[in-house]
Design a protein around this ligand. Structure first.
Ligand SMILES: Cc1cc2nc3c(=O)[nH]c(=O)nc-3n(C[C@H](O)[C@H](O)[C@H](O)COP(=O)(O)OP(=O)(O)OC[C@H]3O[C@@H](n4cnc5c(N)ncnc54)[C@H](O)[C@@H]3O)c2cc1C
Length: 327
């Protein structure tokens, strides 16, 4: 068993997603404390450039599994390739993103290897050579510190929590091709339909403007979209807004929606139910606009505006527009 940390990179259309670099940054810190190296694995088709990017963001070694059967993610195919790699290289810790793909892949991989899985981790510490992992539980009401009994340790990490390392174009990794045998995949991807437009992905957004039932009608989301446009932000929604059919489920933030950790989260006409907070409480700065001064959202907000969204949001858009124009 080595002391290395293995990052399962997430690659979309040949480019690693930001979470891959975040895992490398945190993984390198852990590897240094364990006395091992930081390694990454790139799975897909024509992922050579992705392997170089992973090296530039700190990976000392990059395993590459390149095959047309891996072009589209399938839990079975990816787990088959990864289980072999992990069995052969015996890393101390395997990291995946707590993303749609990572949440699907990690449990299958852990079960295949007969190891534990700590999901949605927000902190890591090494104590006496043992790894302690922190993760929010009970919809974020408590924080648990867990120690896994069996190596390799395996964890998914929450996006946007850990900083990436500075890119170093001169940093090279030892690149090794590994067998890309996806095996007999029982479920095949027959088509991928992209959502229209250049919508900013909620889980990767640095700024999110969300709307809730306080908006009263679907057309009033236009002012949320306007504010988001001014700020270069993604648009989110509470479940009440989604259940009312004002936005589709891909916009939902919360326990049964997406977990987001932007630098700035602006909640407009959202009460702050525990299930909503579970999805956005770890945002760096939270701003709430609500006409009810006792709304629970104000308990987690860094800045609260007690007022009517229909008055406040357009003013915010106007003022931010002026600020942006001034640079
Ligand atoms: C198992 C389970 C899972 C759930 N998962 C999720 C989830 O993933 N995400 C989620 O969001 N919810 C989830 N919920 C639902 C959650 O409990 C709340 O019902 C929901 O978050 C409420 O949405 P809201 O804040 O938009 O609406 P409300 O609670 O109705 O709040 C609307 C707010 O708008 C304010 N308001 C009204 N008019 C104005 C105005 N003109 N100007 C300013 N403010 C105004 C009101 O004061 C109020 O605070 C879940 C519930 C359950 C049981």
């Amino acid at each position: 068993m080595s002391n290395d940390v293995l990052v399962i990179a997430e690659i979309r259309e040949g480019t690693p997603k930001k979470i891959s670099f975040e895992m490398l940054g945190e993984g390198k810190r852990i590897a240094e404390q364990l006395g091992g190296s930081i390694r990454a694995v790139a799975l897909g088709h024509e992922v050579g450039d992705a392997a170089s990017s992973l090296a530039q963001y700190g990976a000392d070694k990059v395993f590459v599994a390149d095959d047309s059967t891996l072009e589209n993610y399938t839990a079975e195919g990816y787990a088959n390739v990864l289980a072999n790699l992990i069995e052969q290289t015996q890393p101390a810790l395997v990291l995946l993103g707590a993303t749609t793909t990572g949440k699907d892949l990690a449990p299958r991989l852990a079960a295949r290897l007969g190891v534990g899985l700590a999901s949605d981790c927000t902190g890591f510490a090494v104590q006496d050579g043992e790894l302690l992992l922190t993760r929010p539980i009970y919809a974020g009401k408590a924080i648990a510190t867990v120690k896994q009994a069996v190596r390799p340790y395996m964890a998914t990490i929450r996006p946007n929590i850990f900083p990436t390392l500075e890119i170093d174009p001169s940093h090279e990794a030892d690149v090794e091709s590994i067998p890309a045998d996806a095996g007999d995949i029982r479920a095949k991807v027959v088509d991928l339909i992209k959502e229209a437009g250049d919508r900013i992905e909620l889980t990767e957004a640095d700024i999110i403007v969300s709307g809730g039932r306080g908006l009263k009608a679907p057309e009033n989301f236009a002012m949320i979209e306007e504010l988001a446009k001014v700020l270069g932000a993604a648009v989110g929604a509470s479940r009440a807004a989604v259940d009312a059919g004002w936005k589709d489920h891909s916009y939902q933030v919360g326990q049964t929606g997406k977990v987001v950790t932007p630098t700035l989260y602006i909640a407009c006409g959202i009460s702050g139910a525990i299930q909503h907070l579970a999805g956005m409480k770890t945002s760096k700065y939270i701003v709430a606009v609500n006409k009810d001064p006792d709304a629970p959202i104000f308990k987690v907000a860094d800045y609260g505006i007690v007022g009517d969204v229909f008055t406040v949001v357009p003013v915010l858009s106007e003022e931010f527009k002026k600020m942006m124009a001034e640079g």
